[in-house]
Design a protein around this ligand. Sequence first.
Ligand SMILES: Cc1cc2nc3c(=O)[nH]c(=O)nc-3n(C[C@H](O)[C@H](O)[C@H](O)COP(=O)(O)OP(=O)(O)OC[C@H]3O[C@@H](n4cnc5c(N)ncnc54)[C@H](O)[C@@H]3O)c2cc1C
Length: 823
Amino acid sequence: MSELPASARAVIVGGGVIGCSVAYHLAKLGWRDVVLLERKQLTSGTTWHAAGLIGQLRATANMTRLARYGAELYANLEAETGVATGFRRVGSISLALTRERLEELKRGASMARAFDVDVEEISVAEASRLHPLVDMTGVLGAIYLPHDGQADPGNVALSMARGATKAGITIRENVKVTGILTHKGHVRGVVTQAGRITADVVINCAGMWGREIGRMAGVHLPLHACEHFYVVSEPSKEIPAGLPVLRVTDECAYYKEDAGKIMLGAFEPKAKPWGGDGIPAEFCFDELPADLEHFSPILETATRRMPLLGRLGIRTFFNGPESFTHDNRYMLGESPELTGFFVACGFNSVGIQSAAGAGKALAEWIVGGAPPFDLWDVDVRRVFPWQSTRGFIVPRVSETLGLLYADHFPYRQFTTSRGVRHSPVHEQLAACGAYFGEAAGWERPHWFLPGDEVARGRRPEAHDTWGRPRWYPYLEAEHMAVRTGIGLFDLSPFGKIHVEGADAEAVLQRVCANDVAVEPGRIVYTQWLNQRGGVEADVTVTRLAETVFLVVTGAATLRRDLSWLKRHIPDEAQCAAIDVSSGEACLAVVGPNARNFLEGLTPDDISNATFPFATQRTIEIGMARVRTHRLSYAGELGYELYVPSEFARHLLSVLLEAGRAQGLRPAGLLAMDALRLEKAYRHFGHDISDEDHVLEAGLGCAVKTEKRPGRFGDFIGREAVLRKRQAGLARRLVQFKLIDPAGLLFHNEAIIRDGRIVGHLSSGAYGHALGVAVGLGYVPCRQHESVEDLLASHYEIEAAGCRYAAVATLRPFYDPTGARLQS
Ligand SMILES: Cc1cc2nc3c(=O)[nH]c(=O)nc-3n(C[C@H](O)[C@H](O)[C@H](O)COP(=O)(O)OP(=O)(O)OC[C@H]3O[C@@H](n4cnc5c(N)ncnc54)[C@H](O)[C@@H]3O)c2cc1C
């Protein structure tokens, strides 16, 4: 065996389908000095035994775009590399056995149309004609995706590996990476049994070993293997060749015809985590012991659904490990802990269909220095180190495996590994009747049972549905309390970053598109832009003192924002960015009566004249000194009350006690989401992302191109803003409301302009004050199209196959002048 090279531009760890795809796509971009290291043989981990289903429709537009690219690449790869992928475009059918599932499928079909994926809602008779082996008892409806396919997973990987080596990339098998070299927060290469390779880029494509490779680098990745099963029948002439893939998700099952046999696979609700004590060192093309007892409920149902299966008998019972993550989404991108250390692992049983797109996107990210488009869904910066603890991840993956085929109701919550992070007032909120949802580990009230129900001893209960859940009236009452009286929110999970030092202002002037060189006590709403003018972060910056600023962001975006900020503090700057999230709690008092209410609790002057909108003051409430920020995401008069965490219980007690006589109502985050949508406030990750230009997002008012550059130059993205102003907008973020009060919107519904699908909603909710559902979504505009022309079109929103007439606006439907906020 020839010696390893001493250095390379990049080292890829792992020769499964993902590593091979990253290698192939790096080569396409001209990176040849790349070494892929595989501890055993290519594909010998999980890839070799996958079922090979290649679907196109994913939960978001960009994930769908990546999956579609995979199907195209696999169809054409043989011509380029000489290795056949076995890709066949057989189509796929999904059946619904319940009304709720039918609604989900229909919503999925509307979404597919919005994402430009061919889809047909078909009758049960048509489904039966396409797949004659199926007993259609209990089937209520179906959808058909004619361009879905299936492939030979091992050969997909080997074909891409061949493409990579033909282009000059080195692949070395039987070389195990045993360590990661680092220096001052940057990766420097790898250690292997056969020597070291120095490299500025290392890519962790180690599948279920990904957590272990991450740990070598001090990067904590929440993934864990589960046992994953399928069976293959005896062959039969009764099985027609080229049958579409069949999914009966209500029975947790998929069926695939392969070489005259039927493969039956499962996504059961309670999976079996595997490898907790370590993956055996010799693991190579291995299988796990069969577990007939575990699989038999699926098999029994399947033999009724496809009676031929029962008659044929089973030739192969297969059990192999696959890695699953805490949220059923894979992890991609540069780790926040270590620059140059990239991750592409945790593929949740969609690694074959995702490999091409994920490999291409990551290669572009590595070569271009930034994600090529919005990848926030799968971005590794969304994960928190504690999520990789065994206590959390092992129970969680037993749930996430099954989620692929579960009902994807809006607001559905995980049931495992809950109760990780609590606000200091958690128990008080629970006593008020809070129903908790989880984000970034935080238990956050979604909605509250009304006080009289709590007094009668009732407890809040989930009700998952595509329609109006039983708790809808409570949500409406919370919403209207904020619009007409006073609502109280616990916003303690906010991410909070102190930016301190003599150069803090100069650093923030470079990072923020708005002007933060303001007097102490002022609050500035701002975006952080990338060089393309895309939105990297959406935050408020409060100047607490001459050299101290507080950046407030969402709970889920904290790591992303902190890492962006730290990477943009120049070495020579006197400036530190410190995560202080846990140190302070935040309670928000919001609504037209908020000032009256607080005036009764504080000796301080909080009149509009002395304490106007977008400022901050410290006031006394009870026995606490409360740093109070006057702003609100609900679009009403509002005060966010920040106290050291240990004061939160006391503060809440004072507010609840005084609020009893004044109709103060605890409100949850689902109300907040609907309130902000009525006001057309954007939400990062839905309405704005790194691929959305700040001007097209309608946030130009928060961009100050004329501000004085600080010591570190103009703000990032300024040139892109100027260019866009010159060139004109290619699309605009538009607010919609339905005319029919019965329609419900969540997000991803198709936007139809003058009869043609032009986009999809990025957010949607029911606007209780408006009395109809509202949403936001981008609409492409013609060159220099006027706002009047854009809005003059006839708009409809398609959800579950129904087209609802909609009104479009660029000014918020609710309080368009902002008078209520400023009052
Ligand atoms: C039963 C089953 C059915 C499936 N069906 C489908 C399907 O129909 N469609 C679909 O899209 N996906 C499917 N999958 C999922 C798919 O197989 C995986 O998502 C995919 O193979 C993951 O690829 P990977 O490259 O991340 O991991 P792997 O294939 O496991 O590759 C990782 C590689 O890293 C190597 N490695 C680990 N540690 C080191 C080290 N220290 N040094 C060097 N190398 C190292 C390993 O040896 C391994 O070869 C299925 C999975 C299973 C188990």
